[in-house]
Design a protein around this ligand. Structure first.
Ligand code: SF4
Ligand code: SF4
Ligand code: SF4
Length: 321
């Protein structure tokens, strides 16, 4: 019997999700045995034309990581959607935009200006040279993808069947997903979040939470936190209350706060708003001015509360750019 066909692809991503697949260690051999890997550009020499020539819906499972921030990412998302039966937004970038979507806090023009003109490491000739989508060279025309003004999650561009959260997803959760698919059991309902659980990171965290009131926030390097006490109770911003469970509270067990990479818990529309609501119960003041002073101690609140979920946030651009 023919093996099911598997495709893996990265769009705008750091590559960590691809490495996380290899982190399932020797079980990657079971994956290679069980699937016919038909597209995995990071590991093998496949061409986009190989995919274009495939019949529609001939790929059984596609793990697509990375956000959509340029024309090439979008083209491959549409192509792989057409060719795949089950398409998974794999990892936080595809799921909710993750770090690439923090670019939505500024503009494409501002990003290009900084990178190609103003950054201290840029030596700018003639005021800086911006990349062009088409450049004529003696050997022919070079074409590069067009960068978008707004970074999108995968489901803001194509129809997604399942989500596997995490930056990157934890190897044991990746294996759980693959094992489930290999078991031949009926697939979960479309839109399900796989490789995660249905509570919050706080539910998995072994630290004692006393709901203390706090007047001062600290960056993790500013204090030596008590290893047994809730980090939020100690004034360190921990996204645990606003983050889906499933990783086993890896970070808090290593004395670092949860940064929120598994995304919002079930039934929460906006991870950042949920975190603001969680903070409102720990700030030790009723005086609006003092509350402002306390909250102003939080460095980069947008980047902290929406580090992984900016594209999915209810905060959207007013102007289309
Ligand atoms: S989710 Fe994290 S590890 Fe995966 S591609 Fe995005 S930034 Fe990298
Ligand atoms: S806020 Fe963070 S440290 Fe506190 S219980 Fe939740 S996950 Fe653990
Ligand atoms: S503790 Fe939070 S940031 Fe760390 S892996 Fe788990 S969900 Fe991600």
């Amino acid at each position: 019997m023919a093996k099911p066909k598997l495709a893996l692809y990265w769009a705008s991503s750091c590559g960590g999700c691809e490495i996380a697949v290899l982190d399932i260690q020797e079980k990657i051999l079971d994956v290679a045995n069980a699937f016919d890997i038909v597209f995995w550009p990071v590991a093998m020499d496949f061409k986009y034309d190989d995919v274009r020539k495939m019949e529609d819906k001939s790929i059984d499972l596609c793990l697509f990581n990375g956000a959509i921030r340029n024309s090439e990412n979008a083209e491959l998302a549409h192509l792989l959607r057409a060719k795949s039966k089950a398409l998974v937004a794999f990892g936080s970038c595809a799921h909710e935009g993750c770090i690439p979507a923090l670019a939505n806090l500024t503009t494409k023009d501002a990003i290009l200006k900084w990178v190609y003109k103003d950054s201290p490491s840029t030596v700018s000739l003639n005021g800086g040279v911006y990349p062009q989508t088409h450049t004529k060279m003696p050997e022919g025309e070079i074409e590069i993808p067009e960068m978008w003004g707004t970074v999108k999650s995968l489901d803001q561009v194509i129809d997604v069947d399942y989500y596997v959260p995490g930056c990157p997803p934890q190897p044991f959760q990746i294996w759980n997903v693959i094992e489930y698919i290999l078991s031949g059991k009926p697939l979960p309902p479309k839109g399900s979040v796989l490789g995660a659980d249905d509570k919050t990171c706080c539910d998995e965290c072994p630290r004692e939470r006393k709901e203390k009131k706090i007047k001062k926030f600290f960056r993790p390097y500013e204090i030596l936190p008590d290893p047994n006490e809730c980090l939020l109770d100690q004034g360190i911003i921990c996204m645990g209350p606003a983050t889906r469970s499933g990783c086993g509270a890896l970070c808090t067990k290593a004395n670092m706060p949860c940064r929120g990479c598994y995304g919002a818990p079930p039934n929460v529309v906006d991870q950042g708003a949920k975190m603001v609501s969680a903070l409102s119960s720990v700030v030790d003041s009723q005086d609006p001015n003092e509350i402002d002073e306390i909250l102003n101690q939080i460095a980069d609140p947008l980047g902290t509360f929406y580090r992984f979920s900016m594209a999915h946030s209810i905060l959207k651009r007013v102007d289309k750019i």
